[in-house]
Design a protein around this ligand. Structure first.
Ligand code: NAD
Length: 257
């Protein structure tokens, strides 16, 4: 069954920048009623709201300052979404950082942040407040979630964990109970601050070869990625993982038996 985006309400973590902001705009272009941008950074959040208002008109988005590592803050943000828009159908667990130098923080954001979003969406909000016959959760992993990385092993491990969470919560037992489809997307290198700031920072010897290597990889614009993801997630099977890289390819990754 195809999931209809028109008239629905979404919440996106890390929604104030890069891929998350483009997810918000792509959903709105597909007729979404309203979106909550849940992000740690208020400056980016207010800038993102202004962009959305310019492009889509007033009252289509709210920004709620949220640290996904704090389940109480994320719970408040889910609540605020219901209070503002009346219901909730789509959750993107997208906030993430790429920095093995602060690996404990990275684990808290990239893994605990997704677990918090999954728990609140699956167990508390979507089954109660979804409008359509089915709700949707999209978790942002990475191609680093499919392969190991000698340069950023801890980042790669966090993104593997996102796939583990997607496959586990995306099994029939949960679907039969909650009617929530759970899908993962694995972007290839995408032109966002996550990548540009990596290039601009002094990263130390550990990263030297990575920067050379990244420069040779095909990159994509976050807008292009977001448009492709919108088409995928409308019909993606529960528990599936999708690779979107190089601005062109979008294919379902079937895990080997
Ligand atoms: P980005 O830096 O542009 O956006 C990340 C957003 O997350 C920022 O707005 C930041 O403020 C927010 N954030 C950080 N910590 C947070 C926290 N604790 N609570 C709430 N929000 C927080 O980066 P992006 O490239 O758009 O990354 C989005 C997701 O895509 C990440 O999960 C990233 O790992 C993943 N990803 C990115 C690429 C890429 O090449 N850019 C490739 C694969 C996967």
């Amino acid at each position: 069954m195809v999931i209809e985006i028109r008239g629905k309400v979404a919440l996106i973590t890390g929604g104030a920048s890069g891929i998350g902001l483009q997810f918000a705009k792509a959903l709105l272009r597909n007729g979404l009623k309203g979106v909550t941008l849940a992000d740690l950074n208020p400056k980016l959040g207010h800038g993102a709201l202004q962009q959305i208002e310019r492009e889509f008109g007033p009252n289509r988005a709210i920004f709620v300052q949220t640290d996904v590592t704090r389940i109480d803050q994320l719970d408040y943000t889910f609540n605020k979404t219901i209070g503002t828009f009346g219901y909730l159908d789509i959750v993107f667990n997208n906030a993430g950082i790429l920095n093995d130098a602060v690996w404990e923080t990275q684990i808290q954001i990239n893994i605990n942040g997704v677990i918090h979003g999954m728990l609140l969406a699956m167990e508390k909000y979507l089954p109660k407040y979804q409008q359509g016959p089915e709700a949707l959760i999209v978790n942002t992993s990475s191609i680093a979630g499919l392969e190991g990385s000698a340069h950023v092993p801890i980042y790669a491990a966090t993104k593997h964990a996102v796939l583990g969470l997607t496959k586990s919560w995306g099994c029939d037992t949960f679907y039969d109970r909650n009617k929530v489809r759970v899908v993962a997307v694995c972007p290839g290198v995408t032109n966002t601050p996550l990548i540009s700031e990596m290039n601009n920072r002094s990263l130390g010897a550990q990263y030297e070869n990575l920067l050379d290597e990244v420069a040779t990889w095909p990159t994509q614009k976050p807008e292009t990625l977001a448009e492709q993801v919108m088409e995928i997630v409308k019909y993606a099977p529960n528990g599936s993982t999708w690779v979107v890289e190089g601005g062109e390819a979008a294919y379902e990754y079937i895990f080997p038996d």
